[in-house]
Ligand binder design. Structure first.
Ligand SMILES: [Zn+2]
Length: 304
């Protein structure tokens, strides 16, 4: 059976796993992402060799940052403070074929190919984790460049984002910023989004209101995106969406539809991805299992 290794370098956690052609995930290894890129690459290579000692499978690497069109340079990963990294050099010890892609783009490919959406003409995926990523698939082509939905500007006087600018969407609905917003909006003393979720689950009205506000903000901005590019389907993935989605998906959907230009004609479904926080990893591996129409062989780096 055809297999590939998926690697998801996130702002908090890095995951490595084997994905087969039926999109079953096995042999997972997770670890906190080292802040130093060389150290991170070392740990990734060690994990890959542990789960594939025969060096049989190619690797798809999803990174939480802006990657060049050809997939060879990581320009910037704000949440890791990595800049201008030559990926071919960083992963030269992988000793396998690999392709690197923005984690939002890989999630979109995962949603499209593995989640039964390959009939969807125009798919948008949103990853709500530490930050907020986005990805677009158009008629079987993956948009490799920026789909940085998390950095759509909302307020020039808003909170400072990991990208250095102010008032990005991510500063309102990204996991790393949610605790600060919960304090501002409802005076809740929480340190993590998980705590805010647990409070909501325990019936705390203020915590529930915070999640609804997050749903409103996400729906409001996504309506703008749908008005712009005519997405037919939106899938939400990432850790925050996976556990707390139940508290904001209804508000998000309602706000999105209310703010479409012509809701009677614009059909846009919105769902939480069933792969939840594995979708970027799965999509990265899926790039090697079933390539997007616009992905040519030059995008695959051979470090053997
Ligand atoms: Zn930003």
């Amino acid at each position: 059976m055809k297999k590939a290794i998926g690697i998801d370098i996130g702002g908090t956690i890095t995951s490595v796993a084997i994905v087969d052609e039926n999109f079953e995930i096995s042999s997972n290894i997770d670890f906190p992402t080292p802040r130093n890129p060389e150290e991170a690459a070392g740990k990734i290579i060690e994990s890959v060799n542990r789960i594939d000692p025969e060096k049989s499978y190619p690797c798809g690497i999803a990174v939480c940052g802006l990657i060049s069109q050809d997939g060879r340079i990581l320009y910037s990963a704000p949440n890791l403070k990595w800049k201008n990294i030559e990926l071919e050099k960083l992963f030269s010890g992988l000793d396998r074929q690999f392709a690197a892609v923005n984690d939002g783009s890989s999630a979109a490919w995962g949603c499209y190919i593995a989640e039964g959406n390959s009939e969807t003409e125009n798919l948008l995926s949103i990853t709500m984790g530490t930050g907020v990523g986005g990805g677009i698939v158009l008629n079987g082509n993956l948009i490799f460049g920026a789909a940085e939905i998390g950095h759509i500007k909302m307020d020039p006087d808003g909170p400072v984002c990991g990208c250095g600018k102010k008032g990005c969407l991510e500063t309102y609905i990204g996991g790393i910023h949610i605790p600060a917003r919960a304090r501002e909006w409802e005076g809740l003393e929480v340190d993590t989004t998980q705590q805010l979720f647990e409070l909501a689950e325990a019936g705390n009205r203020k915590a529930v209101k915070c999640w609804e506000r997050i749903g409103f903000i996400a729906g409001y901005i996504l309506a703008g995106v749908v008005n712009l590019n005519g997405s037919h389907k939106i899938l939400l993935g990432g850790t925050v969406a996976s556990y707390a989605g139940v508290f904001f998906i209804d508000t998000l959907r309602k706000t999105l539809i209310e703010n479409l230009l012509a809701p009677e004609y614009q059909h846009c479904e919105i769902e939480i991805s069933k792969w939840k926080n594995d979708i970027s990893l799965l999509g990265a591996a899926a790039l090697l299992l079933k390539r997007p129409l616009n992905m040519d062989a030059n995008r695959i780096i051979d470090s053997r």
